[in-house]
Design a protein around this ligand. Sequence first.
Ligand SMILES: *[C@@H]1O[C@H](CO)[C@@H](O)[C@H](O)[C@H]1NC(C)=O
Ligand SMILES: *[C@@H]1O[C@H](CO)[C@@H](O)[C@H](O)[C@H]1NC(C)=O
Length: 371
Amino acid sequence: MASPFSPFCGRDCPLFSLILFFLLWCVFPLSSHGQITPAVYTFGDSLADVGNNNHLHLSLLKANFPHNGVDYPGRKATGRFGNGRNSADFLAEKLGLQTSPPYLSISSSGGPDAFLKGVSFASGGAGVLNSTNKDHCLTLDKQIEYFSRVHAALQQKLGDVETKKHISQSIFIVVIGSNDLLGYFKSDPSERAKSTPQHLVDTLIFKLKGQLKNIYDLGARRIAFIGTGPIGCCPSERARTNKGDCNVESNYGSMKFNEGVSSVLGEMKAELGDFSYSFFDTYAALMEIIESPSSYGFTEVKAACCGLGNLNAKVACLPIATYCSNREEYVFWDFYHPTEASFRRLTETVFNGSRPLVHPLNVRQLASLKV
Ligand SMILES: *[C@@H]1O[C@H](CO)[C@@H](O)[C@H](O)[C@H]1NC(C)=O
Ligand SMILES: *[C@@H]1O[C@H](CO)[C@@H](O)[C@H](O)[C@H]1NC(C)=O
């Protein structure tokens, strides 16, 4: 039994608290100072693209012209599809890192050193399927192929053991699926008749499982998957309905896709053991904002800020389009993409939210897991 004067006297004694305090201070100093993961590697589409498509000369899916970037530092149109920073920027900031640079901007000039703090392969238009916008983006398969090159370069530089450690502690963000779904729901009825929404989703989930497994096989152990949003509520989809309501069919596809992704991640965790993930239900989180905008500081959930025509959704945010001045109050920047204000809101929940919006871990918890 512990005496009151023993240094190991039980949880009420001051010395115990002091030791605990120092332990916490020494073991977790980083969590209070920022960086909690060595690097972020990002895969995905225009919701995370930070400039890869600028380097695809034949791509029509670009955003490196005004009014994009009107709220970015220096009003710079960086290739981000939005008025300012996007989810990749806000997540990096929360993790205490710089935004991972676009792979295509460093692959020629940089070497392994440039890859050490992370790389972004995200490319506007990308999908799970090779056929989705194939001539205009880096498809997810291509992104994974590029990551295998980065992996090889890191092995050259750090050796196998250190590379394995580095990659296994890094966060892998994956934001994909919207373009595959939109491609189907926007196609003409004869095209759509060839497949049902459920069949499309099954095909996507089957392929995605292989892709996530490929990323795992290259050493990734912490995947943060950002699910698809209510794509039927983006201005372009609303503009196709009579009263500007959300398109029920494409929203249904998005919900089914998210259910599929969530169960694939659960299966991977069960099958692989040394794998952890965070799944963010963008659908539910954005729907909450769309249904009660004033609670989140928004006033306009239907129309795009930048564009032309009905709901500003008939024309992309091209230099000839007009844009709103109260951009903090709009959920959507252009016919498909959220505003910086939406990205900021959503990323708070990705990073530090809880069930049912993010599960089984949020990204803060995922990054803080013990090795
Ligand atoms: C998709 O493209 C990758 C190369 O980026 C290729 O390895 C793969 O076989 C293709 N898959 C299909 C189904 O065409
Ligand atoms: C995370 O959320 C909790 C409440 O759920 C809050 O107390 C805490 O300050 C938040 N931490 C960060 C880093 O945002």
